[in-house]
Structures are given as structure tokens and as C-alpha cells.
Write a protein that binds this ligand. Structure first.
Ligand code: C2O
Ligand code: CU
Ligand code: CU
Length: 445
């Protein structure tokens, strides 16, 4: 099952700029925005028009920016030809606002819905549909939501930008997006495209920089299935946050695996004058015996001849206490079987909606052993609550579970307003989620 050959971009130019949602509310503690899901024409390939599904006409959709504690109001209108929802990936919010699960009725074509929630956590999150997500996200429905914490240490960076990574499968001659639905690799591994996108543009962004200066990149993978194993050849990359939450201290990384749905905030720099650093996805094999993906150059930082500046990152970011011992231990087994030619993706040997719902208690911490019995990696994601991989001090909502490996998580069913209810957990390879690897946890008062 070879991966598709990639279309390669020609020139290195352009910026990382993304559209920011307009806050129409004068109250400094309320962010009120309008989002409209609508088909739009996007030029992914020069001179070629691709009909994408968008939030407000752009891919990615507008970045929503708020500060910790703000009230966020989103007036949503569905102008797609099919029902949809907006799910706020990684955010803790009331169950009825999650855009997923039994409490979220799909919004019909022409319908509207007002999302309202408080920004309880600072960091980099994102939004996307939770109806036929493999198709709707793939067509371009995704955007970022960034919550700033004014109390966080100020970082000595010259830029703070979203870098949303995705891939699409396009017909090179016409620009038409093709689905490859019956491709053998796509059925099993999820849909990978032949064009890598950075902020909705083909991956050829070249940014002019001065050597030594730091730029904060908020990396997010909205890809259905592609794994981006990132390296910065010719420069230095330091990780600050994972899935939004700041680490205890900046951590230099030579390679950083970003799986579908996951985020990583990093700072990057070119070390010496007149040099170029390339953010590159290096080959990664995400299934036993599968061919690794080909390397893709994503973003270039091109340093001027000016002498480098010397700027230090702070030594500490945000302290984290380990979660208290768990009250309950569970095993969640990820597996797969074939039904004729079609693979079916399983949790504890059953496919959604046949997976029994777990009952958990609000305020408890549970230990979940995510046991991957299959031959391929699965990115595990839980809605509405954070977890801490055992023996780490990080807080996450999406974590890779490599093939034939068990990852242990302490799940924090922390009480917040509206937290009681049924929440989803699933593989974030969207074909796997829609193909059965999805279930619910009922969190009771
Ligand atoms: Cu990114 Cu169930 O979601
Ligand atoms: Cu989610
Ligand atoms: Cu999966």
C-alpha cells in the first residue's frame, strides 16, 4: 500500500497570516463572532479552482481569539447542503455546547445555532464539524481557537502565528478534490492527500527572518490521517505547549510527532545569518510493515545577512501537579477486523454505536489503559476533559497510541459548569472514528 506521490510546490514565498474572527461585542470580556459554513472556491493550485467547504469562505476558518475567563458567543449558520455541527476540540465547556454526542442535534441546511461557553483554559485549540467528520473536515471545515492567559510569562518572540497543517487529494490537472474512497490504503489507513497545506495554502511559505529571533508557531494538524513528524533542519525548535497547555519548561526538540487533532506550540529560529531553516515532515511509518510517507518541506525561514540576535527563552513556563491517584482503572482496547473488503475499527471488540458506554463520576480521576492491539497507530482523543499520560507532567486531549502498544492515561473528570453528560472518545483518524472506533463516556454528578 504505497502512499500517494506528493505534488511539490515551486516557489518559496508568502506569509503564515491567517484570518482572525471579528469580535462584534464591545464588552472586553465577551468575544462574539459569527461563523457560517459555506461552500467556496479556493485556489490551492495556481490558476485552479477547488470547491471547498469553509467557515466564512477561507481555509482554515477564522481564528477565534479570546482571553482566559472570557465569555465566547458564536452565532453559527449552516449554509452547507447537509447537516453539520461545530465541535470545540480540547475545550472544557458545557456538554450541550460540545457539538458532538447525544446532546448535539445536527444543524440542518439553512439552520442556525448559538454556541456559548466560557474560556476556562488558555492555549491553542480548534473547531471542526462532528457530523460525517471524515468528509466535512477533509473538505476544509476547520479553524483555530486561541485563548491567551494575560498572567502567563511574556515570551520574547517577534511573531505568534497559527500553523495549521493539512493535506488534500487534488486532481493536478483540474484542481478538483478527489476522495479516493475506495483506495485500499485510504480505507485502512485513512485519507491522505497529495498536497500538503500550511494554513490552507500549498506548503511553500517562505518567511523572511533575522537569525536568532524567535517566532512562536502554534502547530495544529487538521489532517484526516496523515502523521506529521516535524523537524527543523538548519534551525532550533523548542516546544512550549502540547494540546494547548504550556509545559513546565521549554523543551528543545529535534523531532516532534504531530498526529491528527493534536497541537504543539513551539518557538523556532534560524541560528546563523544568511541561512535557511526548513520545517519539514520527515518520513514516518504508522503501521507495522507499511511504507513510510515521503518527506515534505512545509515552511522555510530565510535569515537575512544581519548578525544574529541573542534572545533567551524563560527557564520555566507553567507548573503542573501530577493528578491524584485514580479511583478506577479501565482497559480500552483498540482493534480492527475486516468485514468483506472493508475494515471495521473497534473499541473493546465492538464498533460504534455498539460499544457499551462507560459510566464515570464527575470529580474523579480514572486510569485508562489504551491498549492498541492493531498493527497501526491510532491517535486517541477524549472530549471535554484533559488527561495526563502516566509518568508525565503534561496535560493533553489527543495522544498517539503506537501499534501494539499500551498508553496509560490519568483522566481528570474535573467538574466544571455543564460537565455532566455523555462525552465522546475516539480515534482522530477520522475514517477510523466514522468507521466505528468511537464511543461515549457518561459522566454523572
Ligand atoms: Cu477533534 Cu471528536 O474531535
Ligand atoms: Cu474533540
Ligand atoms: Cu485509528
Amino acid at each position: 500500500m504505497p502512499a500517494a506521490a506528493m505534488l511539490t510546490p515551486e516557489a518559496w514565498s508568502g506569509s503564515l497570516a491567517t484570518v482572525t474572527a471579528t469580535d462584534t461585542n464591545v464588552d472586553p470580556n465577551v468575544v462574539e463572532v459569527t461563523l457560517r459554513a459555506t461552500p467556496a472556491e479556493i485556489e490551492y493550485l495556481p490558476g485552479k479552482r477547488t470547491t471547498a467547504w469553509t467557515y466564512g469562505g477561507t481555509v482554515p476558518g477564522p481564528t477565534i481569539r479570546a482571553k482566559l475567563g472570557d465569555r465566547i458567543l458564536v452565532h453559527f449558520r449552516n449554509d452547507l447542503p447537509e447537516p453539520t455541527t461545530i465541535h470545540w476540540h480540547g475545550l472544557r465547556l458545557p456538554n450541550a455546547m460540545d457539538g458532538a454526542g447525544p446532546a448535539a442535534t445536527p444543524i440542518p441546511p439553512g439552520g442556525t445555532f448559538d454556541y456559548a461557553f466560557d474560556a476556562l483554559d488558555a492555549g491553542t485549540y480548534w473547531y471542526h464539524p462532528h457530523v460525517a467528520s471524515n468528509e466535512q473536515v477533509d473538505r476544509g471545515l476547520y479553524g483555530a481557537i486561541v485563548i491567551d492567559d494575560p498572567a502567563e510569562p511574556a515570551l520574547p518572540v517577534v511573531a505568534d502565528e497559527m500553523v495549521v497543517l493539512d493535506d488534500v487529494m487534488l486532481d493536478a490537472a483540474t484542481g478538483v478534490q478527489t476522495a479516493m474512497k475506495d483506495d485500499e490504503r485510504a480505507l485502512m489507513m485513512g485519507l491522505e492527500g497529495n498536497l500538503a497545506l500550511v494554513n490552507g495554502r500549498r506548503s511553500n511559505v517562505g518567511v523572511a527572518v533575522r537569525a536568532g529571533e524567535w517566532r512562536r508557531l502554534r502547530l495544529l494538524s487538521s489532517a484526516n490521517a496523515r502523521y506529521f513528524k516535524l523537524s527543523l533542519a538548519g534551525g532550533t525548535m523548542i516546544q512550549l505547549a502540547t494540546d494547548g497547555t504550556l509545559l513546565e519548561a521549554p523543551a528543545p526538540v529535534s523531532e516532534l510527532l504531530l498526529v491528527p487533532g493534536e497541537r504543539a506550540d513551539v518557538v523556532v529560529r534560524v541560528d546563523s545569518a544568511s541561512n535557511t531553516a526548513t520545517l519539514r515532515a520527515v518520513p514516518y511509518a504508522r503501521a507495522v510493515g507499511s511504507e513510510p510517507t515521503t518527506a515534505i518541506d512545509l515552511v522555510r525561514l530565510v535569515a537575512s545577512a544581519e548578525p544574529p540576535v541573542d534572545v533567551k527563552m524563560p527557564a520555566a513556563l507553567r507548573p503542573h501537579s501530577p493528578l491524584s491517584p485514580s479511583s478506577k482503572t479501565r482497559t480500552i482496547r483498540l482493534g480492527e477486523r475486516t468485514d468483506g473488503a472493508r475494515p471495521v475499527f473497534l473499541i473493546n471488540d465492538a464498533a460504534f454505536p455498539a460499544v457499551p458506554t462507560i459510566d464515570a463520576k464527575l470529580g474523579s480521576v480514572e486510569e485508562w489503559a489504551i491498549q492498541n492491539e492493531s498493527d497501526m497507530d491510532h491517535p486517541f482523543h477524549l472530549h471535554g476533559f484533559f488527561f495526563q499520560p502516566v509518568d508525565t507532567r503534561v496535560r493533553k486531549d489527543t495522544v498517539n497510541v503506537p501499534a501494539k502498544t499500551t498508553v496509560r492515561l490519568l483522566v481528570d473528570f474535573h467538574a466544571h459548569a455543564g460537565a455532566a453528560g455523555s462525552w465522546m472518545y475516539h480515534c482522530h483518524i477520522l475514517e477510523h472514528a466514522e468507521g466505528g472506533m468511537l464511543a461515549e463516556v457518561m459522566v454523572n454528578e
